[in-house]
Design a protein. Structure first.
Length: 178
């Protein structure tokens, strides 16, 4: 008797689950389907009706862009920006410093950029001899710093001297400008 009741109970549970699943299927189908039709299908159809621009349209657009700002003006603006990038804070820096040092130490050696501290320490105000000694130590591996060692591995001592002299002159450059 207990096994019959248990079998009947299992059948009732399966029947209820089946009815719920069928109800959900009918509900989904009545609302336009899960993937086909419905609001989602309309969006895809709208995209297919969009007219692509012709070659003539793109040529007209490019001509309008060229007419709005002459190339010479753009070149002048770019030149001004490049000059500013090399002399922020009234300190002129070399292209070599910009490419090798400024990302970590800042364009003016302050160790800051846009109000945020950078990876490298402040170089501004340090003596050229101290900087030169530090650069030699980084290159030789006496001071451990993977980034500095990697940057200086193929740099000659003459180039290191130029970097040290340039960085050591930052503070005097700014004083002379005032």
């Amino acid at each position: 008797m207990q096994t019959k009741n248990l079998i009947n109970l299992k059948n009732i549970v399966v029947a209820v689950i089946t009815i719920v699943v069928i109800y959900l299927m009918v509900l989904t189908a009545s609302r336009g389907g899960a993937y086909h039709g419905g609001e989602q299908g309309k969006v895809i159809e709208d995209i297919s009706k969009v007219q692509m621009p012709t070659q003539q349209d793109t040529q007209q657009y490019s001509q309008q862009q060229q007419q709005t700002q002459p190339k010479e003006e753009v070149r002048d603006e770019l030149k001004e920006l490049k000059e500013k990038a090399g002399s922020i804070g009234q300190i002129n820096v070399s292209l070599a410093y910009k490419s090798k040092c400024s990302a970590c130490h800042g364009i003016d050696g302050s160790g800051m950029q846009d109000g945020r501290k950078l990876i490298g320490p402040k170089l501004y105000g340090q003596d050229a001899e101290k900087i030169y000694k530090d650069l030699i130590d980084f290159k030789a591996g006496k001071k451990e710093n993977v980034i500095m060692s990697g940057l200086l591995i193929n740099t000659s001592e003459e180039e290191l001297r130029k970097f040290a002299d340039e960085i050591g002159a930052f503070s005097s450059q700014e004083k002379n400008q005032k």
